[in-house]
Design a protein around this ligand. Structure first.
Ligand code: SIN
Length: 274
């Protein structure tokens, strides 16, 4: 591989990285440069990376201990999750804006997705900066949100959409947690919106109609293209994203084709209030 190089994707988020082989152990200098770029851009994209599940697991562990998904491991490797959809799929992972597994009390800090089979067209993933979304709000709205907490749950997602029974989940049930609506990033100190369409059920202490209206407003706000970038996958592309300050959404516009990859997710800490 050549020299490490980075190119921003949009002003808000994302960088394409070249000159690194993620299939080999990363030396400290390369790891430090990737980590700095990742903190700045929230999601890094790589092309032409040959990664079997063992190499992906090793790469994830370079960033911290791996998170075990509530739906368990696949491929017989702890922390490796299969991301797959084909002509028989009734649903698929990441169909609405979200950060991964915010229903956990200590949600994952990072996810790394290696895609090995992609449709001829479509199946892109969209990413959005929750720093940019927060910073674009008015002062009075930011002050209101800064003091609020929201409930996050998973039964409606894992049981409702994915048909997973409690005994098939990691802890024999469905995780749920309460987190701040605006969280302070533990590494950068910046504030990020921390509610999402898949896991957040309501804002604590508000009337149901108030909570619904505020969440609907925030989801429409978060979904604006000015906070986003969009990644077109090729076989052996990798995306690595920060779940604390970015959200993502995967598109299933390629039926009846197949899209398949592996994801590892790195354990995080309880989101910090501002
Ligand atoms: C996910 O991790 O939410 C799925 C992302 C994708 O399939 O692009």
């Amino acid at each position: 591989m050549g020299r490490l190089a980075m190119a921003p994707v949009t002003p808000a988020i994302g960088a394409e990285v070249s000159g690194v082989d993620l299939g080999r152990p990363l030396d400290d200098e390369t790891f430090g440069a990737l980590r700095d770029a990742w903190m700045d851009r929230l999601v890094l994209f790589f092309r032409d990376q040959t990664l079997d599940p063992a190499a992906l697991q090793r790469l994830g562990r370079r960033f911290g201990p791996l998170h075990v998904h509530p739906q368990g491991d696949v491929e017989g490797r702890e922390g490796v999750l299969r991301i797959h959809a084909d002509r028989d799929s009734k649903t698929y992972a990441g169909r609405r804006w979200h950060a991964d597994v915010t229903c956990d009390a200590e949600p994952p800090l990072a996810s790394i997705l290696h895609m090995h089979r992609v449709p001829e067209a479509g199946g892109d993933t969209l990413f959005a900066s929750m720093y940019a979304a927060y910073e674009a709000l008015s002062g009075p709205m930011r002050r209101l949100l800064d003091g609020l907490e929201a409930a996050h749950a998973s039964e409606h997602n894992y049981a409702g959409y994915h048909g997973t029974a409690p005994e098939e989940t990691r802890d024999g049930g469905y995780p749920a947690a309460v987190h701040p609506v605006v969280a302070r990033h533990p590494a950068t100190g910046r504030k990020a919106l921390y509610v999402n369409e898949i896991f957040t059920t309501h804002i604590v202490g508000l009337e149901p109609a108030e909570s619904r209206s505020l969440l609907d407003f925030l989801y429409a706000h978060i979904g604006q293209p000015r906070f986003q970038c969009r990644f077109r996958w090729r076989p052996d592309s990798v995306a690595m994203w920060d779940n604390r300050a970015a959200q993502h959404m995967a598109l299933f516009d390629y039926w009846p084709e197949t899209r398949s990859g592996h994801r590892v997710t790195v354990r995080g800490e309880r989101p910090r209030p501002v």
